[in-house]
Design a protein around this ligand. Structure first.
Ligand code: SF4
Length: 105
């Protein structure tokens, strides 16, 4: 499966939702997640993300933290299938680290 990581937090470009053939993105207040059981591993969303927040779960998630977050919140948040307006202040957060601890919701 593919997963969304902390680069998405407070950024939310949402270009990914337009290309997903199975509509498996779910929307929280500050980020999106992918439902790992619904993702068919097509990979088309990965290059759509301007901040490289989407990766295969086999890459860059050694302790499985992000896979767990994607699994958990995809069950709790509503599905999103149409791109909305990204937040106006997103550039402020682009290069920030530790966004999960500070802003995740
Ligand atoms: Fe959707 Fe394909 Fe991305 Fe999985 S890899 S979230 S199926 S676009």
């Amino acid at each position: 499966t593919y997963i969304v990581k902390d680069e998405c937090i407070k950024c939310k470009f949402m270009d990914c939702v337009e290309v997903c053939p199975v509509d498996c993105f779910y929307e929280g207040e500050n980020m999106l997640v992918i439902h790992p059981d619904e993702c068919i591993d097509c990979g088309v969303c990965e290059p759509e993300c301007p901040v490289d927040a989407i990766v295969p779960d086999t890459e860059d998630d050694p302790d499985g933290k992000w896979l767990e977050i994607n699994s958990k919140y995809a069950e709790l948040w509503p599905v999103i299938t149409v791109k909305k307006e990204p937040p106006d202040d997103r550039e402020k957060y682009e290069d920030e680290t530790g966004k999960f601890e500070k802003y995740f919701s």
